[in-house]
Design a protein around this ligand. Structure first.
Ligand SMILES: *[C@@H]1O[C@H](CO)[C@@H](O)[C@H](O)[C@H]1NC(C)=O
Ligand SMILES: *[C@@H]1O[C@H](CO)[C@@H](O)[C@H](O)[C@H]1NC(C)=O
Ligand SMILES: *[C@@H]1O[C@H](CO)[C@@H](O)[C@H](O)[C@H]1NC(C)=O
Ligand SMILES: *[C@@H]1O[C@H](CO)[C@@H](O)[C@H](O)[C@H]1NC(C)=O
Ligand SMILES: *[C@@H]1O[C@H](CO)[C@@H](O)[C@H](O)[C@H]1NC(C)=O
Ligand SMILES: *[C@@H]1O[C@H](CO)[C@@H](O)[C@H](O)[C@H]1NC(C)=O
Ligand SMILES: *[C@@H]1O[C@H](CO)[C@@H](O)[C@H](O)[C@H]1NC(C)=O
Ligand SMILES: *[C@@H]1O[C@H](CO)[C@@H](O)[C@H](O)[C@H]1NC(C)=O
Ligand SMILES: *[C@@H]1O[C@H](CO)[C@@H](O)[C@H](O)[C@H]1NC(C)=O
Ligand SMILES: *[C@@H]1O[C@H](CO)[C@@H](O)[C@H](O)[C@H]1NC(C)=O
Ligand SMILES: [Cu+2]
Length: 576
């Protein structure tokens, strides 16, 4: 299929909210006036009570980044393998900005046999659907040798990550941190930045995919803490960080794994949890924190345990209910106190406080600091998640995951928004489109499964309100929906043999993906899309600044079409 290319000249009108006096400036402010170690709640004229869905600081600052995707060899645990990276490292460079800044990311694809698109996970993309970076939905893939620019505003603050949305590329290494500086709901002294907890294998994700789609999830070799670990205790380097007694530290935990749910802890240290995804919460304490794929938690750790030891283990233990790993007890980092360089001999916290079924932290702990209630809804689609054997595009019999009545299969060269811009409103059933055409209506999505497999469900373009979650079918459980300041975030666990009810408002026009964040399942079709306020979509794409340089969507698609034709690439997965 060949993409029909539209011209921008017919479509130049939209107002994109780039502050007028944009200036490029790389180093973010260390803090905003008033914000200090003894009062993290304020941020210049704003604070943690500001409704960031409605009000955003007008900084007038633009942060500009240049990313290059490269195909190289790295040895994160001392064992060399082929990896795909942003700028040669795993994780790639961190995107850092202040709340309210505009972020511009120029991506050059220097790979030879893959397209790409970069998704800024959890970023609301308020009226900037073109910058959501999902091939087959908001753009064609960026062809080898080509480039594309993404422009968006940091309307939220907190922690996240960016990653490729092209096939399994994110899990070959194409990801990095996003840190948006802003206020916080508890005080800390030092911000240590992102802390990635990931699974890892010595074979590439692409090489493991045939196993995953024919016999189920493969057992992975090991895991990494912030991109590093040891292998068989003989090669590689463990992650380590140094504490000064009496100081408190902020860690921005991110789980970018392909198929692992982690229980995180630091021996003898209590974790104070202050944010889930991009939503600051009323602080609570725990010793072991469960973090699903795609989720983030900001935690504060106080260095007050020097009486116990000088060296402590930091542990990322894959929950064996849903994560198959050869070395679940050796995904470790080290916290040293002062100048100590010793190997810890500390004992793990009692892990049984976790349910051990790859579930979320208890909903009662996850109380958004900015208290908001969900509105009422008259639209509540019930979407079963199932798995079945099907033929794939190359006629192999493989496992496909369904959500609703479809397993997604969309085309690199005919993204949803291009179909919308071209006026085609009849989406193929395999596009798994649900339309939300009434501005600001609420939708209550019921997602449920009878299989004993939990799934981290992620929504693009919005934070959702988690109205209910539990085991059994939705009908038999018949839960009372909690609309009064329920957990609000962008990834929630669908419990094994259970249901979850996620609500949000159609306040952001665009084509937005909703999917399971298990890498294998994204490729095996556990994806759907919300086409929100269809008639308002074309005008969002009329501004060349949000897409490729000056020429936008059409240019990226025509370069892709030429490459895909010459390469003879046949799609073999969902297309997202
Ligand atoms: C989102 O974008 C709309 C349209 O440009 C604008 O009116 C609104 O103020 C924006 N919201 C935020 C929080 O920036
Ligand atoms: C990434 O690499 C590009 C191209 O080599 C370079 O221009 C850019 O400065 C690098 N960016 C960072 C944040 O390291
Ligand atoms: C990366 O390099 C390997 C080895 O040369 C090659 O087989 C593979 O196709 C390349 N992948 C990409 C995405 O460029
Ligand atoms: C991406 O490149 C890898 C090799 O690095 C290859 O195995 C895979 O088939 C490619 N995928 C697509 C969809 O181009
Ligand atoms: C993890 O790596 C990122 C990227 O290199 C870095 O910004 C961050 O500070 C590291 N985290 C910690 C806790 O050292
Ligand atoms: C590797 O090191 C960890 C931490 O010291 C230890 O628990 C484990 O037993 C070691 N494994 C082997 C195979 O020596
Ligand atoms: C250390 O600080 C935490 C709060 O972060 C507290 O729960 C714990 O009791 C303190 N431990 C000691 C030994 O004071
Ligand atoms: C450190 O943690 C271990 C395991 O939870 C516990 O047995 C030990 O008593 C703790 N030490 C102190 C001094 O709190
Ligand atoms: C509209 O899209 C549908 C589904 O992809 C396709 O079958 C149909 O041919 C398209 N119609 C036009 C006029 O392009
Ligand atoms: C597009 O970008 C150029 C160069 O950065 C800038 O001068 C122009 O004002 C932008 N246009 C819009 C509509 O934002
Ligand atoms: Cu899944």
């Amino acid at each position: 299929m060949k993409a029909t290319v539209f011209t921008f000249s017919t479509l130049f009108s939209a107002a994109f909210a780039v502050p007028a006096a944009s200036k490029s400036q790389l180093a973010p402010r260390a803090a905003c006036s008033g914000n200090s170690a003894t009062d993290r709640s304020v941020w210049c004229d704003y604070d943690t009570s500001t409704n960031y869905y409605e009000e955003v600081p007008d900084t007038g600052v633009t942060r500009e980044y240049y990313f290059e995707l490269t195909n190289t060899t790295l040895a994160p645990d001392g064992v060399s393998r082929n990896v795909l990276t942003v700028n040669g490292s795993i994780p790639g460079p961190t995107i850092e900005a202040d709340w309210g800044d505009t972020v511009v990311v120029h991506v050059t694809n220097s790979l030879s046999t893959n397209g790409t698109s970069i998704h800024f996970h959890g970023i609301r993309q308020n009226y900037t659907n073109p910058a959501d970076g999902v091939n087959s939905i908001t753009q064609c893939p960026v062809a080898p040798g080509a480039a594309m620019t993404y422009t968006w505003r940091a309307t939220q603050y907190g922690s996240s990550w960016y990653h490729s949305h092209y096939s399994l590329q994110a899990w070959e290494g194409v990801y990095g941190g996003i840190v948006i500086h802003g206020p916080a709901t508890a005080n800390y002294d030092v911000d240590l930045g992102s802390l990635f907890l990931s699974d890892w294998d010595h074979e590439t994700a692409d090489a493991l995919y045939t196993t995953a789609e024919t016999s189920g999830p493969p057992t992975l070799d090991t895991g990494l803490i912030n991109g590093t670990n040891v292998w068989e205790n003989t090669t590689g380097t463990r992650f380590s960080t140094t504490f000064t007694s009496g100081t408190s530290y902020l860690f921005r935990l991110v789980n970018p794994s392909i198929d692992s749910h982690f229980d995180f802890s630091i021996d003898n240290h209590t974790l104070q949890v202050i944010a889930m995804d991009f939503v600051p919460i009323v602080p609570y304490e725990t010793t072991v924190l469960a973090i699903g794929m795609g989720q983030r938690y900001d935690i504060i750790v106080t260095a007050n345990e020097s009486a116990v030891a000088s060296d402590f283990w930091m542990r990322a233990i894959p929950d064996s209910f849903c994560s198959n790993n050869e070395n679940p007890d050796n995904i470790l980092g080290i916290v040293h106190y002062g100048s100590s360089t010793g190997t810890p001999t500390t004992t793990a916290w009692d892990q049984s406080i976790r349910v051990g079924a790859c579930e979320d932290e208890p909903a009662a702990s996850l109380v958004p600091y900015l208290s908001l209630d969900a509105g009422s809804s008259s639209y509540s689609p019930d979407l079963p998640v199932t798995v079945a054997l099907d033929d794939d595009l190359t006629d192999l019999t493989v496992l496909k995951w369904y959500i609703g009545s479809e397993t997604m299969q969309v085309d690199y060269d005919d993204p949803t928004v291009l179909q919308v811009i071209n006026g085609n409103t009849t989406f193929a059933s395999s596009s798994n489109v649900y339309e939300l055409n009434t501005a600001n209506e609420w939708v209550y999505t019921i997602i449920e499964t009878v299989d004993a497999v939990p799934h981290p469900i992620h929504l693009h373009g919005h934070d959702f309100y988690q109205l209910a979650s539990g085991s059994g079918t939705y009908a038999s459980a018949d839960p009372t929906l909690n609309t009064a300041n329920p957990p609000r975030r962008d990834v929630a666990m669908l419990p094994a043999s259970g249901y979850v009810v996620l609500a949000w408002q159609a306040d952001n026009p665009g084509a937005w993906l909703m999917h399971c964040h298990i890498g294998w399942h994204i490729s095996m079709g556990l994806d759907l899309q919300w086409v929100e306020r269809r008639t308002e979509i074309a005008s969002l794409y009329s501004n060349g600044n949000t897409t490729s340089g000056t020429t936008g969507l059409s240019d990226v698609c025509s370069t892709w079409d030429t490459w895909q034709t010459s390469d003879g690439l046949v799609e073999y997965d969902s297309g997202v």
